[in-house]
Design a protein around this ligand. Sequence first.
Ligand code: MN
Length: 286
Amino acid sequence: MKQIQRVVRNVHPHWVGDGFPVRSLFSYAEDAAEVSPFLLLDYGGPHEFAPADRQLGVGEHPHRGFETVTIVYEGGLEHRDSTGAHGKIGPGDVQWMTAASGVVHAEFHSREFARTGGLFEMVQLWVNLPAREKMSPPRYQEIVDRQIPRLNLEPDGGTVRVIAGEWNGVAGPARTVTPLCVFDLRLKAGHETTAPAPEGHTAILLVQHGRVTVDGKSLAAGDLAILERSGRDVALRCEAEAMVLMLTGQPINEPVVGQGPFVMNTREEIRQAIHDYQSGRMGRLT
Ligand code: MN
């Protein structure tokens, strides 16, 4: 079984734009090798929004060199981008955006959510791309809840939604560039679950609600655990009905150089990204 390398807890939220109160639970800026192939995880909410007369969010901004994966649990989101695409996702849905060579977009609360207000909860994960894919054309996968397999954990231990990768031979709908898994676990108190995690892969657990014990350590709501690469699989014992996001992935052993919304391999590529954005070569919102 994999053991815990470190636990991140008591992280204070900050606002992204005026719509997203997030806790950044890990970032490549601290230790890029430790979390590779992942770059960053922002946990948004749970937060209660009052009804608003406009859509809160974050305005026009670019990305290059990686993927943004947005998972909505409560509330609703809309995005618009420089390719002319426009989309809307709600509870259970996932937007997997491969920014690659560059996308300019805006992310907002959905019109419906702005009008009604209510509970908002989401995760935005940044996934790195290998150097050979960083300048590929951008693409989207809009994955709705009903496309995501939901498996029962025996015996009566809860459920897992397989968003990406494979759980006991059942594959999730997301197409990934490098081998990685994204699992949405709903665990029942008193049950133990062994989650698949390959030897040598990074493994990360975010406890969103409830409480679990892993490797003898108790993890509560808002805690994130980074596990050792050595060993395989992760044993979770659920102490109080829990919701856990589990990530595993094969590390990308390449240099990581980032600035703001750009993550590349060299300083020169960052300078080029800033230049390309400022000169309109990543497109504009219309
Ligand atoms: Mn963005």
